[in-house]
Design a protein around this ligand. Sequence first.
Ligand code: FE
Length: 213
Amino acid sequence: MAHRHNDPDHDHGHQHGHDHGALSPVEARVRALESILVQKGYVEPAALDALVERYETRVGPHLGAQVVARAWVDPAYRARLLADATPAIAELGIGGRGGEHMVVVENTPDAHNLVVCTLCSCYPWPVLGLPPVWYKAPPYRARAVIDPRGVLAEFGVRLPETTRITVWDSTAELRYMVLPMRPAGTEAFDERRLAGLVTRDAMIGTGLPGVPA
Ligand code: FE
């Protein structure tokens, strides 16, 4: 297959990474966009830096995992979360852009949930951080809807034939997170230890929580 030099997701790091500041195509595009926004006075450079820092270091799936673990140990919290997720998530001090209208869907022995954005890459940033590359890629976006069971198998998730799979299409206005099932054998676990079992993929629906060692 021909090498595609114009693919923005392609990793050119080994070619340009130490090349006296040369930028990869996607870095160059981001830099250009940032320059225009700053020049036109739409954004403060310091505010942009703070935003990037926030998503690189402080916002991530560990926050969604706290929500899941709380729901596992506190039935009243779980009920609030499923009834109206945004304020329930805010109870834990979690929220912000991309999480204004959250819906949490619950896995059960009979029902599995899978989240996708068929249109682009809408993702619940405040609870999961930045989306993985595959979430934004056309194959996942198309196939999650057409063949969810096949997609799950590729992620190593094999569900009983009797388990119904529901695919939820996130949008800019409404973003979904999966509440996975609490793994067996975790009855003695505290909330913190439970949160450690909750992976990003388990909250997208392409994975299941870790099994206790
Ligand atoms: Fe989207």
